[in-house]
Design a protein around this ligand. Structure first.
Ligand code: SF4
Length: 419
């Protein structure tokens, strides 16, 4: 096999890591024409957020894109005909330190295909983090991908060195996994999430009981855990996806769920849809996710049995408002926080501002305008000191029309067994 240089491996393994959305954004691709300043490569550096809200740049790479599993939707699966590469743990350590010293990055996001076994792969990932922390006293951010099914002892070690851990749920339901990721089981993935949560809770309790100084307190993945879900590779509805997400947040206290819209690739398996999931669908799922995490919506409220898909035309909060005219108008001067949070066009930061301001005086439409609230958008849903809604929008709005996401699939889909 051809020997690759570290630079060649970096090109392959940074590019392969871009499909993993569980670590926020990857960079844009923009080359300067030799006259300007700055050049982005599109891969390799991504951004994430620390527990105190700082945005950090991370070197985002795979340890290897070899994988013994055959997840149909994944470009790194064993049956995929792609160029393979593998870093040694020392190579990843040196790259991280080199990029860090040159001020390109503030941390590392490290994932991997599964080689030999989940335990062996996990050991390799841990080795990188351990070397960085113990030999080089690296104080930057480390996000490690946890390999589901790895021994609990290894999960415990990973959390000792990493700031964040993530175990990818991959697809929304166990049935989806059976079809497209036969080696993966949701019980095993959730088992690993449960272990991460248990170790994290243990470390928090130990810190509360401990009298050690702050820097010596036991820590376990202080930036918590996240996961990633590919959407649009199966016919699973948004309702099922949102309910699954709600259960994962509730059961494992995840910080984030990242959604990646499926996009087809050449010579893809016949079980996959022919078209990419609309980018807007991914966006709507993120909006629905925010409604659950910050706006007090239960998963069940965001879609209905009768209309299980999110509208691609309007945001899910507006859809909910249109379906619940009995809830409106909301009086911005007396309504509780929970009600204000449900007004389309008022974000959670502005809800806090409104609650503060109205302690001193009654809010008018002009006050809302000063808060950068899009008055035209919210006027139909609220009353204010100088405003009563007159628009028939609230009571006469139709329910959001069903979307047609099943068009993504061939008329006779192998996924539905109808071939
Ligand atoms: S285990 Fe991960 S890397 Fe391997 S084929 Fe499945 S999704 Fe891809």
């Amino acid at each position: 096999m051809q020997q690759l240089t570290v630079q060649q491996k970096l090109e392959i393994l940074a590019d392969a890591a871009k499909y993993d959305a569980s670590c926020a954004s990857s960079g844009a691709k923009r080359a300067n024409n030799g006259k300007g300043v700055g050049h982005t490569d599109g891969t390799g550096i991504c951004h994430s957020y620390t527990p105190d809200g700082r945005c950090v740049s991370l070197l985002k790479i795979l340890l290897t894109n070899f994988c013994t599993y055959d997840c149909v939707f994944c470009v790194n699966r064993v049956s995929s005909d792609i160029q393979r590469a593998r870093f040694t743990p020392e190579e990843v350590v040196n790259l991280t330190l080199d990029f860090y010293k040159r001020n390109y990055i503030e941390g590392l996001f490290l994932s991997s295909g599964i080689i030999q076994s989940p335990d062996y792969t996990m050991e390799q990932l841990i080795q990188v983090a351990k070397l960085l922390r113990t030999v080089h006293h690296f104080g930057g951010y480390i996000h490690l991908k946890t390999i589901p099914g790895a021994d609990e002892r290894l999960v415990a070690q990973a959390g000792k060195w990493a700031d964040r851990l993530s175990a990818n749920i991959e697809l929304p339901t166990q049935q989806d996994l059976v079809q497209l990721a036969p080696e993966k089981k949701s019980t095993i993935i959730e088992g690993t999430m449960g272990q991460i949560l248990a170790h994290s809770d243990e470390a928090k309790e130990a810190s509360i009981r401990s009298h050690l100084p702050r820097h010596m307190l036991p820590k376990f993945a202080p930036a918590g855990q996240s996961t990633q879900m590919v959407v649009g590779a199966t016919a699973t509805t948004d309702r099922e996806i949102i309910q699954r997400a709600g259960a994962l947040y509730g059961n494992y206290k995840l910080r984030r769920i990242y959604y990646t819209g499926f996009s087809p690739y050449p010579e893809a398996d016949a079980r996959l849809p022919l078209k990419a999931a609309p980018l807007m669908r991914e966006h709507r799922l993120y909006q629905a996710d925010w409604l659950m995490r910050y706006y007090g919506f239960a998963p069940d409220e965001i879609t209905s049995e009768a209309n299980p898909e999110l509208s691609l035309e309007e945001d899910p909060k507006t859809s909910w408002a249109k379906a619940h005219p009995e809830f409106f108008p909301v009086d911005v001067n007396v309504a509780p926080r929970e009600s204000l949070l449900r007004v389309p066009g008022i974000g959670y930061r502005n809800v806090e501002r409104i609650l503060n301001i109205r302690r001193y005086h009654r809010l008018s439409i002009e006050d809302l305008r000063k808060l950068n609230v899009r008055v035209k958008h919210v006027a139909a849903w609220i009353t204010a000191a100088d405003h009563l809604p007159t628009s028939p929008l609230v009571s006469a709005s139709p329910l959001p029309s069903p979307t047609a996401q099943l068009d993504l699939f061939a008329a006779a889909s192998a996924l539905s067994g109808a071939l």
